[in-house]
Design a protein around this ligand. Structure first.
Ligand SMILES: *Cc1c(COP(=O)(O)O)cnc(C)c1O
Ligand SMILES: [Zn+2]
Length: 432
């Protein structure tokens, strides 16, 4: 039994729950400088990215496991590990997460994976991409900071996720996208009733524009989920790591294949796995992290293959528009993680992406967007080139729904036959 002690040196416990749960500060990823939790994203000392630092729960991992398992079937089951207040479940939110981890035996057979293969299928989120996870955390931060307008620079999925979450939580929203996105993404971004602005330029132009807006008086009271709220946004991706391990029975997989746009998701999945180990929620063992890019926007893959530490920006040209970030903010950290864990970063062509979308659909009944095609395509290529051991237990992510990128497969997918409604015509078509 715990013995209660009186310690005069500690401050009195505040009456209110801490707004950020176990989070205690922001710390610089480069120099370690700590600053108070706020709507800031860059270190004043060295301009390095800030990330959320925690005072994580200590004590019996079994008790924490039980607490999580009795929580809701969404990301808030992990509230004790996230920068959110304990009463977050009571607030209006889209409550994303707890998506399926599909045991993909058919795909495994086709690819020659013998160690077990799972697809973490995030197309099941409220706006059909993994972006609902990151937005949910950023929105709680915006609420706490009293920001009034929710915004983002988006390659498509984020705009829809922000629009929907803002609608639900009663925020104004104004989101920015490259003007030439897929129809499915544009409609999803607009339908929730917020403001949607198409920028004449690519994602990197959109992002630059948003940085300017933040520095201007117009941007006061604005929460750009992936710019000034980026430290909180990033933490949402950790829930993918938590869910994968919990769904495997509180175990680490041997390797995970993850798509890369800015690289935030990949780096935060690694952070989440490290936390699970530190908390004793999973047993420590080596794991490998693999990154996936489209050839037409592969600055991180190119740097990995060349043995470089820096990522040289490119001008994107690929059908995988949700991954089309030519100057990925977290690129150097992705390189670190892939190298440290013994993984790799690889890329596939648009043709290989489309073939992989169809492969996943045909084998597992999962219709992925182009980002999922890139990731499954890269898994296939990693096996074929001997970079990934198929005898190890593997998880591959599908981060978005194929209905959003119909154009990718529409030209090569359609009815087997179009016939008159008669048995004779059916017989004639050779399908009987
Ligand atoms: C945004 C996005 C990603 C990855 O984004 P990061 O910027 O690397 O975190 C992956 N898949 C889809 C479908 C996305 O929309
Ligand atoms: Zn710093």
């Amino acid at each position: 039994m715990a013995v209660q002690t009186i310690d005069n040196t500690t401050e009195a416990t505040p009456d209110t729950e801490p707004a950020f749960g176990p989070a205690v500060a922001l710390s610089c990823r480069e120099c370690g400088e700590r600053v108070p939790l706020g709507p800031v994203f860059a270190c004043q000392e060295c301009f390095g990215p800030l990330e959320v630092a925690y005072d994580l729960p200590t004590g019996d991992p079994e008790a924490l496991r039980k607490q999580i398992e009795s929580g809701p079937a969404n990301i808030w089951r992990y509230a004790p590990l996230l920068p959110v207040p304990a009463d977050v479940v009571d607030k209006p939110n889209l409550n994303p997460g707890w998506t399926k981890l599909v045991k993909a035996d058919n795909l495994a057979r086709e690819l020659g994976v013998t160690g077990g293969l799972h697809v973490k299928d995030d197309s099941g989120n409220p706006t059909h991409s993994f972006k609902d996870r990151v937005v949910a955390i950023a929105l709680e931060a915006a609420r706490t900071f009293g920001l009034k307008t929710l915004s983002c620079s988006s390659t498509g999925n984020l705009a829809g996720a922000v629009g929907a979450a803002a609608a639900r939580a009663g925020f104004r929203s104004c989101v920015f996208i490259p003007h030439d996105l897929e129809a499915g993404k544009v409609v999803m971004a607009a339908v929730y009733g917020g403001e949607l602005v198409g920028i004449e330029g690519n994602y990197d132009d959109v992002n630059r524009f948003c940085s300017e807006l933040i520095g201007d008086p117009i941007g006061e009271d604005w929460g750009f989920v992936n710019v000034n709220l980026r430290p909180y946004y990033g933490e949402g991706s950790k829930t993918l790591a938590y869910e994968i391990c919990e769904q495997l029975g509180w175990r680490l997989p041997d390797q995970i294949v993850i798509p890369i746009a800015s690289g935030s998701q990949l780096t935060k999945i690694d952070k989440g796995l490290q936390e699970l180990i530190k908390l004793g929620l999973v047993e420590e063992k080596p794991y490998k992290i693999y990154g996936a890019q489209a050839e037409g926007c592969s600055p991180v893959s190119a740097a990995f293959k060349a043995g470089h530490d820096v990522v040289r920006p490119v001008k994107p040209d690929t059908i995988a528009k949700s991954l089309a970030i030519g100057n990925p903010a977290d690129g150097p950290y992705v390189l670190d993680i892939a190298r440290r864990t013994g993984g790799a970063v690889e890329d596939v062509t648009d043709e290989q992406c489309v073939a992989a979308i169809k492969l996943l659909a045909r084998t597992e009944g999962i219709f992925a967007e182009t980002a999922g095609g890139v990731t499954v395509g890269v898994l296939k290529k990693l096996i074929e080139t001997g970079q990934l051991d198929p005898a190890l237990e593997t998880v591959v992510l599908n981060t978005g729904d194929g209905l959003k990128t119909l154009d990718a497969v529409a030209p090569t997918t359609g009815p087997t036959a179009v016939i008159r409604p008669t048995l004779a015509a059916f017989r004639e078509a050779g399908l009987a």
